[in-house]
Design a protein around this ligand. Structure first.
Ligand SMILES: *[C@@H]1O[C@H](CO)[C@@H](O)[C@H](O)[C@H]1NC(C)=O
Length: 242
């Protein structure tokens, strides 16, 4: 009997650890108001609770409704939603036979060059941060919070505050590494009705404020304490950027 208990005591923690992490994929672009709201609100809250951050496999893809002009989807000039949707379908995550010119044409961002620049800085920060999700997401949080006065100084200050190597970020931004980082986000972005777009284990979460609730519900291991207190969170309805 005693040995059986000992056995359980030894194995229980490792069993808990083997519960699969909840896969969270977040797709957004710099500057869109409800993307910023989601980043400042539910995304920040969820990542800021270490016990919850620990049960998530969280990924953020800073590309949103941007697209590259292709022969089939077109879309040169101003942002064109139909071209964007065509691009996501033909060239994004899950595309079965992406054409060769998916990422060779002009890049079009929904709200112009500042958004393209900020997305590229975010993609570079993601590359520089590597496996270190929290510095990257702190950087994202900082850039989005300062988006109205965005400049290179914003990037410097946010990199310093998030302990991301700012020289590496600027080097990436100015070179082909920045192109690669941007293409990687574009490739990983699936078809989506609008942004912000959140998937938990592949299922869309309509209200970003439901992120924590959804993650807690999806987790098969023992529930972190932080999961027990969140039923009372208010929901702020969002408007998608389409
Ligand atoms: C969360 O928000 C705080 C400010 O309220 C910020 O300092 C912190 O970097 C943010 N963390 C993440 C992971 O976004």
């Amino acid at each position: 009997m005693a040995s059986k208990l000992l056995c359980l005591a030894l194995f229980a923690p490792s069993l808990a650890e083997t519960a699969q992490k909840v896969k969270v994929e977040f797709f957004a672009e710099a500057g869109c108001p409800f993307c910023r709201q989601a980043i400042a609100g539910p995304v920040n809250k969820t990542l800021s609770m270490p016990s919850v951050a620990a049960i998530m496999d969280f990924q953020f893809f800073p590309f949103g409704n941007a697209y590259f002009v292709t022969t089939e989807c077109k879309g040169a000039g101003d942002y064109d939603m139909a071209a964007r949707k065509c691009f996501n379908k033909n060239c994004g995550a899950g595309a079965s036979q992406p054409p060769k010119d998916c990422f060779t044409g002009a890049l079009v961002c929904q709200h112009g060059s500042q958004e393209c620049a900020a997305n590229r800085f975010l993609a570079c920060a993601k590359t520089v941060a590597g496996e270190n999700l929290l510095p990257f997401m702190s950087f994202t949080h900082c850039v989005e919070a300062s988006y109205d006065t965005f400049s290179k100084d914003t990037v410097s200050a946010c990199a310093d505050a998030s302990q991301i190597d700012k020289d590496a970020v600027f080097r990436c931004y100015s070179g082909s590494e920045g192109d690669d980082a941007t293409v990687a986000q574009a490739k990983a972005t699936p078809e989506h009705p609008g942004v912000p777009y959140l998937l938990v284990n592949g299922q869309a979460v309509e209200q970003p404020d439901d992120l924590l609730k959804t993650v807690c519900k999806a987790y098969q291991g023992s529930e972190p304490d932080a999961c027990k207190s969140m039923d009372t969170w208010p929901t702020h309805p969002i408007i998608l950027q389409v």
